[in-house]
Design a protein around this ligand. Structure first.
Ligand SMILES: Nc1ncnc2c1ncn2[C@@H]1O[C@H](COP(=O)(O)OP(=O)(O)OP(=O)(O)O)[C@@H](O)[C@H]1O
Ligand SMILES: [Mg+2]
Length: 416
């Protein structure tokens, strides 16, 4: 495999600690795997590839790494369970997930080379408390590589370290997806249409966006609030639910032409799932109902009847329940709502009836806790927004897979 021009510029950088911040599908993982193999050409080296989870290490890296080393004919012994490979020169390459409690699986090694892929999703303490000391004796090197995740994230700090010209142990590189040369312009235009402006800039232009101020900055009352009249009664209603007890919040919408048209909202204090079901049927009698609760509703029991879960109660009432098996990161859920409220091309994919006063007020008011990227949940502006988010993120998740085109000749602009 030939490296692309920007990949090569990283490979040629001899600095001890390198940080690469690049857009989605830039070729980060490919570069990281190449670098770990390249370092392991030296005999008796211990090289680790760290991903946010063991599962990701196995799914994203393992096969690619084995294929590459087999092609080079360097392999002496493979341990599938440990995700480790001993090479003929007695160097060892191991893959690890940073998801073990207390990072216990990352402790105690002496390392010569370390790569953190998807570094923005790896907890900072894994590096500072566990991995950094393991490079000390050997004066080992590290490569951090990832797509940015806001200014408050650890990758941002590493990136800044590399920009400091007085510190020659650290260097930084940044590239957009386009500069990588593996995703064509058309695909990128499609992403611009799917994503809100900030998310697009983060994911494709590798920009450290600041999450502060309003959470749902895509919402604009004059554009997203509209009274649409339907000439025939709706046959299908979608209801997004946040099962908080006080209040329980639900957003009722229809889907029309790929747009979400919010027609009603339900807010109930001191209530339970049984009462919510009754309320839904009294508002929409004879209608097919789809419900989008958060995934924890599978286990939670807000019902008056002991032992029944919220989801089983909805299902028993004839409601079709759509809930993902695991929680989506909050940031992804918020981004999917913002992208639908207003995409990078200014198109509005969520229209809200003016009578949904609580939802409108929540969208207009919820802010990030100052100095953090955590949405404020203490001022009562969260329930309706969370509810809306469960449905929108289920139906219109942020696309994570973009098609990659075969390698072409690039012209490369160096990022500012
Ligand atoms: N030097 C290269 N030569 C040929 N193909 C490459 C090269 N680098 C990357 N690719 C291809 O580009 C695609 C994206 O690469 P890779 O998975 O490394 O990107 P990534 O930046 O890690 O993506 P993601 O943001 O999804 O993690 C893959 O299909 C890969 O095979
Ligand atoms: Mg990758």
């Amino acid at each position: 495999m030939k490296l692309s021009v920007p990949q090569k510029s990283v490979a040629q950088d001899q600095t001890r600690f390198r940080t690469v911040v690049a857009g989605r599908r830039f070729g980060k993982t490919m570069l990281a795997i190449r670098e770990i193999c390249y370092h392991a050409r030296i005999p008796e080296q211990v090289c680790w590839g760290i991903l946010p989870s063991y599962r990701q290490a196995k799914m994203i890296w393992w096969d690619q790494l084995k294929t590459r080393l087999n092609k080079l004919n360097w392999v002496k012994k493979i341990n599938e369970a440990e995700l480790s490979i001993v090479l003929k020169n007695n160097s060892k390459i191991c893959l690890k997930g940073a998801d073990g409690a207390g990072f216990e699986n990352l402790r105690g090694a002496k390392l010569n080379f370390l790569v953190l892929d998807e570094a923005a999703n790896i907890p900072q303490q894994a590096w500072t408390e566990v991995l950094r000391p393991s490079l000390a004796d050997t004066k080992g090197k590290a490569l951090f590589i990832g797509t940015p995740k806001g200014v408050g994230n650890f990758l941002y700090d590493l990136y800044q370290e590399g920009l400091d010209t007085t510190n020659d142990s650290w260097s930084s590189h940044t590239f957009t997806t386009i500069q990588g040369g593996f995703v064509d312009e058309k695909e990128i235009e499609e992403a611009r249409r799917d994503l809100d402006k900030k998310t697009f800039e983060q994911e494709f232009e590798a920009t450290f966006v600041t999450y502060s101020g309003l959470v749902y900055y895509g919402f604009k009352r004059s554009e997203n609030v509209k009274e649409l009249r339907f000439t025939t009664p709706q046959k299908m209603i979608h209801i997004s639910i946040d099962f908080n007890i006080d209040p329980m919040s639900a957003v009722c919408f229809v889907i029309d032409n790929n747009r979400i048209i919010v027609i009603d909202e339900i807010e109930m204090y001191g209530s339970n799932t049984d009462e919510l079901v009754n309320e839904i049927y009294s508002r929409f009698p004879g209608t097919k109902i789809f419900a989008y609760p958060d995934p924890s509703a599978k286990a939670r029991k807000t019902s008056a009847i002991a032992g029944r879960t919220d989801i089983s109660l909805l299902a028993n009432a004839g409601i079709i329940v759509k809930a993902p098996n695991k929680h989506m990161p909050v940031r992804d859920r918020i981004n999917s709502v913002n992208s639908k409220l207003c995409n990078g091309k200014g198109e509005r994919g969520i229209l809200i009836h003016p009578k949904c006063k609580k939802l409108i007020s929540c969208l207009e008011r919820q802010i990030y806790k100052p100095g953090t990227s955590q949405p404020d949940k203490n001022s009562g502006h969260d329930g309706m927004n969370d509810a809306l988010g469960y449905g929108v993120s289920y139906l219109f998740p942020i696309t994570r897979q973009y098609n990659v085109q075969p390698q072409v000749n690039w012209s490369v602009r160096i990022a500012k």
